[in-house]
Write a protein that binds this ligand. Structure first.
Ligand code: ADP
Ligand code: ZN
Length: 723
């Protein structure tokens, strides 16, 4: 057997590297989708690049079963798979699985269904039932067998008999009708000068048919969406596919509606909560180039587009782009990698760009398009800080007097208000008033959060739920539990007490479980059926409520504590985004930040509207500390159910730590969440100079150590979560 008869085939399975198979004469091209035997099953795989290893003696090699009739996986996507696998230290098969979440969808024939029409007039025994069926078939052609039977209130046997007699005729039609194509000729809104300039830059980038990255930065409400729509129009005009990534599934519906208004036809949605049939149809349409525009969550990045011409990453700063499980990756960064491999432009849009992107602008690796002002008459809101050290809150209350007064004024003026608190549930902590015992999760080192709505305590990390116990598990005291601190439910209780006539609503990720519910809540807000909207970070993003003029931030300091090197940056982004919800139309808005730390650089910069000053100071601080974007980080998280074993493994790993100029290893230390889902966790953090190939350092490091099989090691390159 010669090497030429052998091919490498990558299977979309978590542990797979390419396997060798024998190909029949004629050969197979890289990218082809093939069926191969694996163990005693048959799997789909992709013919991979590179030479298959010649076989060791005595090894048998299986034969490729067949090449499938499906569009091949392009070379850029194959390179992306290998690149991401190398960068994140995952097997290529795990990454390929993200490209082919439903591999069969690519080869399955399009689902068809049978519909009925009136047939020839035939001689037959007349009956009332038959007549009803024929009448309905004439009035409503195109029903399926069971639909027609149901409409005529007969059994489907009656319908089948008529089919057999020829009185009805059946036709096979696609079960899923692809929507009409978006119309790129349809003009958008007339753009203002800054928008027109930014749009021209993006259109040129699309028409260059080459890799580029543009950071589209514009204050909230500046009209970034209108601008990147122009890039999409250019991409459609070139006959290529465009992908828009959004950080949050909850935002897709709004985004789809807006897209449809602009282009007269819907885009294709992609996210993890779609029904299976829809996912399969979408994947198929993407791979065949029938889906011209896809709007999706981060997982849409890896799909096998037939001819991708543009990637837009909206809200590029958002930490939700980081996938924290399985293959740990940042979709914003991987979008840039895909853009580079495909040779296409990438647009990163944000009102509060990440320091990483701003750094790349400063180094001239990214182009910068700036929209300095809100579109039209809308002005940015006034921001004031309420110093909670002076404005003392009454016990068990969370709304200060100035905020209450501002709410009164807003409601009296017939306008809307939003209260922002990034805490779900009623109270983040419940303790026993007799002994001080804190109710915590049995599986995690985390407090249980009370949710009055469900009458339960919940762990926000593992999902554990329980009722409030009758007696303290520690001292046995009964009915002595006290809620500590506010969550959105508790805040709503206080607002309802202060404003009994106001219409209140809570918007939080656990109360809005489906995109439809969120869309409904947004619609109610737009119709002004809500006076005070109380929400977690889900309200911060993207929404446009013309009559919302007051935003109250209950605890502006909330995100500043803890060991996250991006804490200040994130708080600045989040609060800027929240503040940006106010006064987006003709009515001016104001924002009140309740804080115990008014002098903190983040809070002070917000109050001065001085983003640039904050970012310059934060950049200098990161540079001094060698933190991203000036240095690189990678985390190793060891976990297992035996604490001593995990600690010993972590010490062993630390002893083998790489040394050298530009390398520092911190830890091991118990993770802030040192017990999670029943596993003990230890963290090590690698800090490296920018020019160091971190994945390679990690590979060499991990190769030196044999971890016990009960200890799991998660590798997080460029970590965003430090829990
Ligand atoms: P951003 O994404 O920058 O926050 P949007 O694109 O959502 O801003 O625009 C904010 C609001 O201004 C939206 O209602 C949008 O329709 C409107 N808008 C933006 N640009 C224009 C324009 N050129 N003409 C008319 N309305 C615009
Ligand atoms: Zn838990």
């Amino acid at each position: 057997m010669t090497a030429a008869d052998l091919v490498r085939v990558l299977l979309p399975l978590p542990l797979a590297e390419p396997f060798s198979y024998r190909a029949s004469a004629g050969g197979l091209q890289p990218g082809e989708i093939v069926e191969v035997p694996i163990g005693n099953r048959v799997s789909l795989g992709v013919v991979w690049d590179g030479e298959a290893e010649p076989l060791g003696p005595g090894k048998t090699i299986k034969q490729v079963i067949r090449s499938c009739d499906a569009p091949p996986i392009g070379s850029a996507l194959r390179k992306l798979v290998d690149w991401v696998a190398g960068y994140t230290l995952n097997p290529s098969g795990a990454v390929l699985k993200m490209c082919l979440p439903e591999p069969r969808a690519l080869i399955a024939p399009p689902p068809m269904r049978q519909v009925l029409h009136p047939g020839a007039s035939v001689e037959m025994r007349p009956s009332a039932q038959r007549q009803r069926v024929l009448d309905i078939a004439r009035e409503r052609p195109g029903l399926g067998i069971s639909e027609l039977a149901e409409a005529a209130a007969v059994s489907s046997a009656v319908v089948r008999k008529l089919l057999e007699l020829g009185a009805l005729r059946a036709e096979s039609v696609p079960a899923f009708r692809p929507p009409p194509h978006p119309d790129w000729r349809k003009p958008g809104r007339p753009l203002n000068t800054a928008q027109a300039e930014a749009a021209a830059g993006l259109r040129a980038a699309v028409n260059a048919r080459d890799f580029s990255v543009t950071l589209l930065e514009g204050v909230t409400g500046a009209g970034k969406t209108e601008v990147y729509y122009e890039a999409i129009a250019a991409c459609l005009a070139a006959g290529r596919q465009a992908l828009v990534l959004l950080p949050e599934i909850a935002l897709t519906q709004q985004s789809l509606d807006r897209f449809e208004q602009r282009f007269g036809a819907p885009a294709w949605a992609w996210h993890s909560e779609m029904a299976e049939g829809r996912r399969a149809a979408t994947l198929r349409a993407i791979s065949r180039g029938e889906a011209h525009v896809v709007i999706g969550a981060r997982s849409a990045l890896f799909l096998p587009y037939a001819d991708l011409g543009l990637i837009v990453v909206d809200e590029e700063h958002d930490a939700s782009y980081k996938q924290e499980e399985g293959v740990i990756y940042n979709a914003r960064d991987m979008a840039v990698v895909r853009g580079k491999l495909e040779g296409i432009p990438v647009v990163l849009a944000s009102a509060t760009p990440s320091l990483e992107s701003l750094y790349n602008v400063a180094r001239r690796r990214y182009a910068h398009a700036v929209l300095p002002e809100r579109h039209g008459a809308a002005a940015l809101p006034q921001i004031a800080v309420i110093d909670l050290r002076k404005e003392k809150l009454p016990s068990q209350r969370f709304l200060s007097a100035p905020l209450v007064q501002a709410l009164e004024e807003t409601l009296a003026g017939g306008e809307q208000a939003m209260l922002f608190l990034n805490r779900r549930g009623y109270a983040p902590l419940t303790l026993c008033g007799a002994c001080g015992h804190r109710l915590s999760c049995p599986n995690c080192s985390a407090w249980l959060v009370e949710h009055k709505r469900h009458g339960r305590l919940q762990c926000h990390h593992c999902g554990h739920q329980q009722r409030l116990p009758e007696a303290c598990p520690s001292c046995g005291a009964e009915d002595r539990f006290k809620a500590c601190g506010p969550g959105v439910e508790r805040l709503a209780e206080e607002a309802a007490m202060l404003f009994p006539d106001a219409r209140l609503a809570i918007m939080a990720s656990d109360t809005m479980t489906s995109p439809g519910q969120l869309a409904e809540m947004i619609a109610r807000m737009e119709r002004q059926e809500i006076d005070i909207l109380i929400g977690t970070q889900i309200v911060a993003k993207g929404h446009h409520f013309p009559l919302l003029t007051l935003v109250g931030v209950i605890d502006a300091d909330l995100g500043l504590a803890g060991g996250d090197p991006r804490a200040a940056e994130r708080t600045h982004q989040l609060l800027t985004q929240v503040a940006g919800r106010a006064g987006r139309a003709a009515h001016p808005g104001r924002v009140l930040l309740q804080s115990f730390l008014p002098e903190h650089p983040v809070i002070a910069a917000l109050a001065r509207h001085d983003s640039a000053g904050f970012i310059a100071a934060e950049m200098a601080e990161r540079q001094r500390a060698g933190m991203p974007p000036f240095g690189r980080l990678a985390a190793l998280i060891l976990s297992g159910s035996d604490q001593a074993q995990v600690q010993a493994a972590a010490r062993g790993l630390a002893q083998a730590a790489p040394r050298g100029p530009g390398l520092v290893v911190l830890g091991p230390a118990p993770a802030p969440l040192h017990y999670l889902r029943g596993r003990f966790r230890e963290r090590l953090l690698l800090k490296a100079a920018r020019d160091i190939d971190v994945p390679n350092v990690l590979r060499e490091w991990l190769a030196k150590i044999k971890l016990p099989s009960a200890v799991k090691c998660a590798v997080d390159v460029d970590p965003y979560s430090f829990l």
